[in-house]
Design a protein around this ligand. Sequence first.
Ligand code: NAD
Length: 480
Amino acid sequence: MPYAPSTVNQEQSRANEGPEAVRAAVGRARDAAPAWDALGHRERGARLLRWRRVMARRMDEIVALLESEAGKVRADALVELAAAFEHLGWAARHAGPVLRRRTVRSGPLMFHQRSTVEYRPYGVVGVIGPWNYPVHTPLGSVSYALAAGNAVVLKPSEHTPGTGRWLAETFAEAVPDMPVLGVVTGDGGTGAALCGAGVDKVAFTGSPGTGARVLAACAPSLTPVLLELGGKDALVVAGDADVEAAVEAALWGGCANAGQSCAGIERVYVAEGVYERFLDRITLRAPEITGGPGGDYGRMTVPAQLDVVRRHIDDALARGARAVVGGPGSVVPPYVTGPVVLADVPEDADAVREETFGPVLVVNRVRDAEEGVARANASAYGLGGAVFARRGGVRLAREMRTGMVSVNDALAFTAVGALPFGGRGRSGFGRIHGADGLREFAAPQAVTRRRFAPPLAIQTFARGPRDLARFERLLRRRGY
Ligand code: NAD
């Protein structure tokens, strides 16, 4: 049943806000930013935790919005909210320890100086979000940017505008005197307007193609950009792995949220010693999982994504792959009715090379885990990944060319507040979450304060030839 919360203005949510409205929102955020910064970390953290309490109290509303706007089942909505709340709390509590001014050693050349470093907010951060995790993903930037002392203007996906409005509305309830979280709604045009509205940083989450356009739009003004883009994550199963656990993790990592997870498992490379066992097991287990009303996962949020899923399945089968579970018939708009498992898929197939973003798993045989890691790394993407091995799992994880890896689990890193999240290669750059995520939204500022005159002053034109000669002797004696 569609959900129409009385407090969120649906008409306004759907409007495409133009450059003028976007500039006005950025202006309001800029006016509010200094007072937010002046609060200091402790007071800001207290307000962010208050915001979390308001969201938790009004959780039924947001669960209903996630169901109606994004087509999620309740379980996926709850998992998303739990991760979002965890990160908001982590950012609120750790901004002080991570970002506050600290003294560093000045070293032998500058021992007469006191040196400090501090992380100062940029000012106004523009956040552009996707539709697949419309709370968790934007909040990965919003929570950390706010905690670092910035004001934020959020442009949610045009497919989930009500969720974006709800975030701003609950923030305003928790922090009524400081309008530091503004929302502008609309499609790509509104996002482009935000890039050109004089914000001090842009945090973008979405597809690589749009990410490149955002980067280009921000280039003339040299506005810094954080890009969280797509993925083609692989799960590698070693010969000594717990096969049953690996199957369970592959299915959950690949099919939760209807497979619409940037770091979802899309490829599985299984060592030949356990390949048949893995296929037997997944062939039995996958049909027990269903997508659709009352099922384990919901609809595809955007109809166009169904076309991508169908094209990838068709292309793989045309190239000689086998559909061991499901197939083209599983695509019944707006659902993919159950996991689709494709075996022996050529490595140049679309389903191996491009992001599918649906509940489709490619399962391919490799000689051993090392070859599995090499195939995983052959992707242009480099977001996350997983390794299943009884021994040497962490060693294999370190060989993965990705931003995150789970050993003997899938996607475990997404809900750990202290861990950074972000990609390499076509998956983008920059980090949300953890200490790196806080620093992403703050500019380091180095300050030295001269404490006394040094006995040997060289960085001045007042130095004499004798000073310079002594300095040179000292330099030579250091024996670098
Ligand atoms: P998308 O690129 O189509 O859109 C993302 C956002 O960009 C939307 O809000 C859209 O309105 C806006 N936009 C479109 N054109 C724009 C432009 N020219 N300038 C500025 N903004 C513009 O992506 P999507 O389909 O909404 O999301 C799915 C993608 O997001 C997938 O590729 C997925 O992997 C990725 N994703 C990545 C992460 C991550 O953290 N790495 C998380 C979630 C989703």
